[in-house]
Design a protein around this ligand. Sequence first.
Ligand SMILES: Cc1cc2nc3c(=O)[nH]c(=O)nc-3n(C[C@H](O)[C@H](O)[C@H](O)COP(=O)(O)OP(=O)(O)OC[C@H]3O[C@@H](n4cnc5c(N)ncnc54)[C@H](O)[C@@H]3O)c2cc1C
Length: 352
Amino acid sequence: MKKVEYIIVGQGVAGSCMAMKLLQEKKSFVMIDNHFHKASAIAAGIFNPVVLKRFSIVWNATKQIERLREVFGDFEQLLNKKYIYNFPVYRIFNDEQEKKTWLKKATTHPDLIDYLATNTEQLNDFSSINSQIGSGEVLHTGRVDLTNLLADFKNYLFENDLFIDETFDFNELKLKDNQTSYKNIETTKIIFAEGYNILNNPYFKNLPIIGVKGEVLKIKTEANLPEAVVKGKEFLMPLESNQYFVGATYDRDSVNYEITDEAKEYLVNGVKQFLNEEVEVVEQHASIRPTVIDRRPIIGAHPTYQQLICLNGMGTRGTMLAPVMVDELYQFLENNQPIDKETDITRFYDRF
Ligand SMILES: Cc1cc2nc3c(=O)[nH]c(=O)nc-3n(C[C@H](O)[C@H](O)[C@H](O)COP(=O)(O)OP(=O)(O)OC[C@H]3O[C@@H](n4cnc5c(N)ncnc54)[C@H](O)[C@@H]3O)c2cc1C
């Protein structure tokens, strides 16, 4: 029997941040992933502390962005590649009232002063963009290139004999009082970071995870655009050589992994509302966000089998949430520190 302290199931952004933490803390582990559908790999990876609909601050945003920079910076060092790209987010105003609200919050709201800029004419030089009323600039924002990071990190784990490419088979899981094994691996804890697929996990399937399907496009355009996310009805995010990411749809009704013509049309029309140039769609992807009814992640131990651990519910913001959730879970696992009530799985123990 091989012995490890942890098995992690799921190599999305949550499982990968957990693996990074265990590497840093010199804990032994193996990662199991089947690459079935990884929401993290198609996500834009945008980090933005401001809710662009209401101009309000994201829960715990400052702490999350601070840890995001440290943790994804650690990935950059380990894998010797750049993954964090800093650029602003420009939110195009729909009317004068929005502009007034933005400027008021940017100058008086204690949580937002550091994040909302007051210059509303930044997009004026870009004739391809309709922004007659102006736009608000969010500061301290950017993107983590999760697609490349996760692929590179998988290779790293594989080369170091820490990666098993398979679907976790629950028939092979043996749980005794204080001993846990999976196939020929003995472990102390198994961390399930399965994203939306946790609903197929017999131990955690009753958690209130709500799948929200998202479709995204990669487009090509000759338009002269800023090195920034531009958010009108949809958002445009620069990639390489005149290519841009366009996203995203939010669908709670048809929750599956299929790409659709309806979503393509919807996204292209959304972009055309503020972009006066032709766009060519070069790629389309779909996946499912694991959201939670109370909009907070779910971390902690199974009520009966305390060696089975849940790391889930990253919702629409896994890039910002995963690093801090991993810190919190690690402190719980290794140092018996209590988990914040807002994210603790115990709030759903009545469902087991
Ligand atoms: C279209 C779209 C755009 C998004 N844009 C952003 C964005 O810009 N910024 C942001 O912060 N967030 C964004 N998100 C949300 C973000 O993608 C999620 O919060 C995050 O990816 C969830 O990560 P995860 O690790 O929990 O799950 P996932 O990334 O889904 O990873 C789970 C992994 O577990 C594996 N797995 C599951 N079950 C098993 C099993 N039994 N055996 C083996 N392997 C298994 C899966 O194959 C997968 O690889 C977006 C999501 C979508 C869909």
